[in-house]
Design a protein around this ligand. Structure first.
Ligand code: FMN
Ligand code: SF4
Ligand code: SF4
Length: 248
């Protein structure tokens, strides 16, 4: 089996968990790395390696992080795409990922849309991927391996618009409790868009994509946000369980 690498953008941890579950199901040796933040890595892949790319869905497409995929280069390298989303829909994200990765030298041999917790709506995607999801993903991983081993892995057909018009997500205001804040600046370091001034620690809402990495990574919980209105709207409309969808 080829060596498997996982690359992810996971501001609040759900995408990373889903990616690592899929890498585990693919078996063999694997290692994963972030595409943003202080530990971000870049890598050029050969034709015998396998990359699993996992990105969350924001407003039906991939997060608008400038240069997010620039560190990944393939040489007809097989690639599996994972789109993680909070039980509303993944819309154009997989098709967009395929277009961008094929332009970077990868061959997209399979894809899955996986439900993970919705950071703005605490009941959506809670506990997912769960046992039922992992069963589907286990069969998917086996099919990917079989196709790669038999040389039958072609470029997968995916739903959605590969080049969707920009659709910025609704901004969510954040607050800092200055009495708790240590002034360590880690929130600014993990911000993928440079939206937080490293000196003043203030937000530039023009650059912020509301990914909530700053909030979720603060070591003392000094940051918060109120998404109650978004949560109420999403919960009313999108509470019915969506299954994992796979494409081969
Ligand atoms: C700005 C923003 C926009 C989002 N848009 C969608 C969406 O269009 N559809 C959906 O089902 N979930 C949406 N979500 C939920 C995320 O896709 C989900 O919470 C994902 O797991 C976050 O990944 P992470 O835990 O790795 O940060 C959105 C989340 C954020 C922060
Ligand atoms: S990570 Fe938390 S403690 Fe550190 S500067 Fe940011 S808000 Fe303050
Ligand atoms: S400032 Fe905005 S873009 Fe930066 S980490 Fe926080 S929520 Fe994400």
């Amino acid at each position: 089996m080829t060596h498997t690498f996982g690359a992810y953008f996971s501001p609040t941890g759900g995408t990373k968990r889903a990616l690592e579950a899929v890498c585990g199901l693919l078996g063999g040796e694997s290692e994963s790395f972030p595409l943003t933040g202080p530990d971000k890595k870049e890598k050029t892949f050969g034709p015998e390696e396998l990359l699993v790319l996992a990105l969350p869905v924001y407003a039906g497409q991939i997060p608008a992080v400038p240069g997010l995929l620039d560190g990944l280069k393939g040489d007809n390298t097989p690639c599996v795409l994972l789109s993680t989303y909070g039980n509303r829909h993944y819309d154009n994200a997989l098709a967009q990922m395929k277009r961008l990765m094929e332009a970077r030298g990868f061959r997209c041999v399979g894809a899955a849309a996986v439900v993970t917790p919705h950071i703005f709506a605490p009941t959506l995607g809670v506990g997912r991927p769960d046992g039922e999801d992992l069963e589907v993903l286990g069969r998917f991983a086996q099919d990917v391996k079989d196709r790669l081993a038999s040389g039958a892995a072609g470029s997968v057909e995916l739903p959605g618009d590969p080049e969707p018009p920009a659709h910025p997500a609704v901004p969510v205001k954040k607050d800092r409790d200055w009495d708790t804040c240590l002034g360590c600046g880690f929130c600014a370091q993990v911000c993928p868009t440079g939206a937080m001034d490293p000196k003043t620690l203030l937000w530039d809402m023009e650059k912020c994509i509301s990914c909530m990495a700053c909030v979720s990574r603060c070591p003392v919980g000094a940051l918060g946000y109120n998404s109650a209105a978004i949560a109420a709207r999403l919960t009313e409309k999108f509470s019915e369980r969506r299954p994992v969808e796979v494409f081969l």
